[in-house]
Design a protein around this ligand. Sequence first.
Ligand SMILES: NC(=O)c1ccc[n+]([C@@H]2O[C@H](COP(=O)([O-])OP(=O)(O)OC[C@H]3O[C@@H](n4cnc5c(N)ncnc54)[C@H](O)[C@@H]3O)[C@@H](O)[C@H]2O)c1
Length: 206
Amino acid sequence: MSGNTESTSRHSGLTRRGFLGTTAVVSAAATFTALSSTRVLGANERIGVGVIGTGGRGNSHLSVVRKIQDEANVDVVAVCDVYRPRAQKAAEKYKVSQIYMDHHELLGDPKVDVVSIATPDHIHGYQALDAIAAGKDIYCEKPVTHWRQFKLTKRLAREVANSDRVFQLGTQGMSDDAWALMRQLVRDGLIGQPIHAECGYFRVGD
Ligand SMILES: NC(=O)c1ccc[n+]([C@@H]2O[C@H](COP(=O)([O-])OP(=O)(O)OC[C@H]3O[C@@H](n4cnc5c(N)ncnc54)[C@H](O)[C@@H]3O)[C@@H](O)[C@H]2O)c1
């Protein structure tokens, strides 16, 4: 989802430059890299990243930002988790000085430009709406919301569209430019005229 043409051009600027070797980190790396390349920054300024949720995925995001911080001119400035020991552990490991236990406080931090949301599924939508309202760009773990929250998903899509913020969903496989290349090859006649397509979605759970 993107807010306007500026956001769209930011998306189209998602190059492979941030590629770090594994599918799991490509999308986040590309997003943070792209965000940093579209900002007008002073010589000593960096894009400030705030990570909300410091469990499995949050730690992965922290690791990505640390790896690309010089190339992408980004820095993790704050972490947030409702479970303090986990936030503290992540802050120590990735040398982050600011810890919050309430995401509203992190969103109120002027050093935070972009947030990564790595909390449980049913919280993503609300935290993303709060982030938009606070003027932050967002990298959000998949799924965008819990599957029962379809209205919330639509509301988020509307609010992102009406904002000038970037929202990138962390469905890494779909960020792979192999799909765009394949679409082009099919359009160019690779398999002749397509007459039938099948796709499936398989996941254990409700
Ligand atoms: N992209 C992928 O390949 C991939 C893989 C696994 C999980 N996920 C998704 O990533 C998200 C996180 O998964 P995980 O495995 O890291 O979970 P996790 O349980 O390891 O981490 C979630 C963290 O969020 C914290 N949290 C809960 N409520 C919070 C709140 N209101 N504010 C701040 N922190 C809060 C928890 O204390 C926990 O530390 C889920 O939505 C999951 O579906 C994506």
